[in-house]
Design a protein around this ligand. Structure first.
Ligand code: SF4
Length: 370
């Protein structure tokens, strides 16, 4: 069966990196001047040569975003169901070798959390777990979706990669969206950061969006963990992945996230530091390259930065997030997966969004539209 790995294998990381770093101002101007852009243009827009073009990029990105999405910002929130995990990932507070108290929410606790999240105004929820196949498995997810679909209009999941048949089952149950970040497309570094557990299987992970596409999921979220490797090269591979998916599974929608490595208990220092200006460049490059894709920003980023980039290309943000299981109502003091940089409540965030002339959207989709 054909999958993205067949395309990915035709590329060399070093050659791609070299092509990006050799882009010139003329390449950037050509990319900016076109009506629709190629992957080669995307390379120019994320290259160091584009740094002096940040202002025209931001203007164009803002204009293209407003044309496609209007002046709206979708709000979402994660609900952590479990911090049990059998994997070792060097950058995560829930890693198996990190000695923290583990907890998986029961059905009653999920409902308590759901009530707290609903009271903040949310109608979309993102369910998050670690990878612990003994306790957090497909029947557990089925049960969670079943319980929570009565409370929320849209259910997303960020859990371990599953088989196509499992996805089909969960979609039938009421799952709409799955986020599965590759973390890095650099094979050797991927191995270094995932030394133990099922997540160390690079091929199974990179083929997950294919399995989701074949299962007919409504939306797939892609992304890399910025800080593990050269973000420009990793972003190129994300764009290559997205382009392949859009052409192959054209009925599915897509979103891109931009998580930068954040401090956590037992923390890993970023190998590659990305400064704010570079993240703005990346967000604008994505929008100029692709006008359909949703661009999402989490509470990992500081308030001032979030308020600024919301007007440049971002279409959805989280607010009031807790990254610990039970963090909203059941056990607010347990250990977080990573530290939150923007602590503002959803209501405060909605006021900020309105104050810059945008409309906060709590619900943009209903099951009757599927
Ligand atoms: S990133 Fe996910 S799989 Fe890795 S340790 Fe954290 S929760 Fe587990």
């Amino acid at each position: 069966m054909v999958s993205f790995i067949d395309i990915f294998n035709q590329y060399s990381w070093d050659e791609v990196k070299q092509r990006i770093y050799s882009k010139t101002a003329a390449d950037v101007e050509t990319a900016l001047g076109r009506q629709s852009r190629t992957l080669d243009d995307f390379m120019a827009l994320i290259s160091p040569a584009a740094a002096p073009y940040l202002e025209p990029m931001a203007r164009l990105s803002q204009q293209l975003t407003q044309q496609r999405f209007g002046k709206t910002i979708q709000l979402y929130v994660p609900m952590y169901l479990s911090n049990e995990c059998n994997n070792i990932c060097t950058y995560c507070g829930f890693s198996f070798d990190n000695k923290v108290r583990r907890r998986t929410l029961s059905a009653t606790e999920m409902l308590q959390e759901a009530t707290a999240i609903r009271s903040m105004g949310y109608e979309h929820v993102l369910l998050v777990t670690g990878e612990a196949n003994q306790t957090v498995h497909v029947p557990y997810f089925k049960n969670a979706i079943n319980l929570l679909k009565k409370q929320f209009a849209h259910i997303s999941m960020e859990v371990q990669p599953l088989d196509e048949a499992d996805y089909r089952e969960l979609i039938t149950e009421g799952l709409h969206t799955v986020l599965v970040y590759q973390e890095t497309y650099h094979r050797e570094d991927y191995k270094k950061h995932h030394p133990k557990g099922k997540k160390s299987n690079f091929q199974y992970r990179i083929e997950t969006p294919d399995r989701l596409g074949r299962a007919g999921v409504h939306k797939i979220g892609l992304g890399i963990l910025i800080g593990l490797e050269d973000w420009r090269t990793d972003s190129f591979f994300t764009a290559l992945h997205l382009q392949y998916l859009e052409r192959t599974y054209w009925q599915t929608k897509y979103s891109i996230s931009f998580p930068r490595l954040r401090p956590f208990s037992g923390g890993l220092e970023p190998k590659v530091e990305m400064v704010d200006r570079e993240l703005v460049q990346l967000i604008c490059a994505w929008r100029i390259f692709n006008q359909e894709v949703e661009l999402s920003l989490s509470t990992r980023e500081l308030p001032r930065f979030r308020d600024h980039v919301m007007q440049l290309g971002i279409t959805s943000i989280s607010a009031g997030s807790k990254t610990n299981p039970g963090g909203y109502a059941v056990e607010p003091e347990s250990l977080e997966q990573f530290e939150i940089a923007d602590e503002r409540s959803p209501a405060e965030m909605a006021r900020v969004i309105s104050s810059i002339g945008y409309e906060p959207v709590w619900k943009d989709w209903d099951v009757v539209l599927s």
